[in-house]
Every structure is written in structure tokens, then in C-alpha cells.
Design a protein around this ligand. Structure first.
Ligand SMILES: Nc1ncnc2c1ncn2[C@@H]1O[C@H](COP(=O)(O)OP(=O)(O)OP(=O)(O)O)[C@@H](O)[C@H]1O
Ligand SMILES: [Mg+2]
Length: 236
């Protein structure tokens, strides 16, 4: 097998002098779902930022479809087909749902109508609420706006940092179903999840990060069945 579609390879770096990531590697294949789990402060969000170009690396590289993109800006990575939904502040609350989606397509010069229709097909509630300020939506609906906004660039890979944060179990299941649907359409998904069990269940590949380094890497299923992973990271 060749190299993964997207890989942050042996990433080392942090925000100041101290490194947060220590040779951390995360990757996702075409149309697959890769999930990153681990304790609070493990560096999951930092790893995502590094892959998206929001953090300067002191070591390692990031490659997309075989191309070294380590020095590209986030905006250039979007142009290359990467979409990112950060953990916080991922929508414009005073703008309407539709304006949020339009903002997502800011780099595109072609007609965005079809993509908008696809996003509304995926998340019908957003169509209903398209003229409402996004800040008036529920937590789960806001996450749909955030994911929809990232989809507006027609990404090849979608990176999601805790897409189900703060939503009920039912809404979480629903969101995961939509994410599976996106992956089936050929878009790679790289996501961080606090709901480790449920996320690993739908993951082709899983990463357990601890203190900025890879602790366990395997298929989602194998991680779920690993006694040590269960005991230490999945609550038994
Ligand atoms: N902007 C920042 N400036 C300085 N240090 C930061 C910054 N963001 C995060 N850190 C530090 O980096 C470490 C890893 O944080 P990170 O947000 O990547 O963890 P995480 O695994 O995503 O945690 P959580 O599960 O709580 O989201 C923490 O020690 C945190 O304090
Ligand atoms: Mg985080």
C-alpha cells in the first residue's frame, strides 16, 4: 500500500518554546474515518491544528495526496481540498445559517448552489432555519452549521474537532450517521472525539494520544477490544 491520503507524520511542535506534540503521527485514507481520542490536554486539538497549518512544526511533515504541504498556510490547504471545523468558535453566531454556508465557500469562484442544496439535503433542519441567526440554533444544530460550512468548499478531507461536543446522545448518533454518509461520498474524515466508544465504533482507524504522542494505533474495532485501551481510555 502507498502512503495515506492525508498524514501528519512525526509531528513535533507547540505554541511557544515548549513542545506539545512529540513525534505524533495521524493519518486518514481516502473515504475513510479516522478518529483521535485521548484525555483532556493530550494534544488532540493541537495535532489537528498542526495538520491544518495553524501551528508551526519543529519537526515532521504533513502530506496530502503525496504532496508535502508542511509550509502551506491554512487558506492554501483549503484550496488544496482540506476542510476544518475547530473545537470552538466554529460558526458566526450573528449571521444567518445561509450566510454561514456562503462564508464557507468564500474561496470558490464557481456556482455554489448545488453544494448548498447538498448540505441542506444532509441537514434538512438547516434549510428550515436558513434565515435565522446561527446563534439562535441549538447546540446540535450549530454543529450542523459548522460541518455544513466546511463542506461548502467541497473538501476532499474533512477535519472535525469534537463535532458532538455538548449534544445529547440521540443527536450524537444522528450526527455520526451524517458523518458516515459524508465519508461514503468519498470524503476522508479525520476527527477528534470525546465520545470515544461511539466514535471508535464508526472508525476505520483509531488513534489514542497521550501527552502529545501516539499511545495506541489500530482499527477502531481492535482498539475497542483491547483490554488496556478499554480500561484506561474507555471506562472499562
Ligand atoms: N493556544 C495555546 N497556547 C498555549 N498552550 C496551549 C494552547 N492551546 C492548547 N495549549 C496547551 O496544549 C496542551 C494540549 O492542548 P489541546 O487543546 O491540544 O488538548 P486536547 O487533547 O485537545 O484537550 P481537550 O480534550 O480538552 O480538547 C495543553 O497543555 C494546553 O494547555
Ligand atoms: Mg481539544
Amino acid at each position: 500500500m502507498g502512503q495515506p491520503f492525508l498524514i501528519g507524520d512525526q509531528m513535533t511542535g507547540g505554541y511557544g518554546a515548549a513542545d506539545i506534540l512529540h513525534g505524533c503521527t495521524i493519518a486518514v485514507e481516502k473515504g475513510e474515518i479516522a478518529v483521535i481520542v485521548g484525555p483532556n490536554g493530550a494534544g488532540k486539538s493541537t495535532a489537528m491544528k498542526a495538520v491544518f497549518g495553524m501551528l508551526k512544526l519543529r519537526g515532521g511533515s504533513v502530506r496530502l495526496d503525496g504532496e508535502d504541504i508542511t509550509t502551506l498556510s491554512p487558506q492554501d490547504r483549503v484550496a488544496k481540498g482540506m476542510g476544518f471545523v475547530p473545537q470552538t468558535s466554529n460558526i458566526f453566531t450573528s449571521m444567518t445559517v445561509q450566510e454561514n454556508l456562503e462564508m464557507g465557500a468564500f474561496l470558490r469562484r464557481d456556482n455554489i448552489k448545488d453544494t448548498m442544496a447538498q448540505v441542506y439535503d444532509l441537514f434538512p433542519i438547516l434549510k428550515e432555519k436558513r434565515n435565522q441567526p446561527a446563534g439562535e440554533l441549538s447546540g446540535g444544530q450549530r454543529q450542523q452549521v459548522a460541518v455544513g460550512r466546511a463542506l461548502m468548499t467541497k473538501p476532499k478531507v474533512l477535519m472535525l474537532d469534537e463535532p458532538t461536543a455538548g449534544v445529547s446522545p440521540i443527536v450524537m448518533d444522528e450526527l455520526f450517521d451524517r458523518i458516515i454518509e459524508v465519508a461514503r461520498s468519498g470524503i476522508s474524515i479525520l476527527m477528534v472525539e470525546q465520545n470515544a466508544r461511539q466514535a471508535l465504533e464508526i472508525a476505520d482507524k483509531g488513534y489514542v494520544l497521550v501527552q502529545g504522542a501516539n499511545r495506541f494505533t489500530d482499527t477502531g474495532r481492535a482498539l475497542m477490544e483491547d483490554p488496556e485501551v478499554r480500561r484506561s481510555f474507555l471506562g472499562g
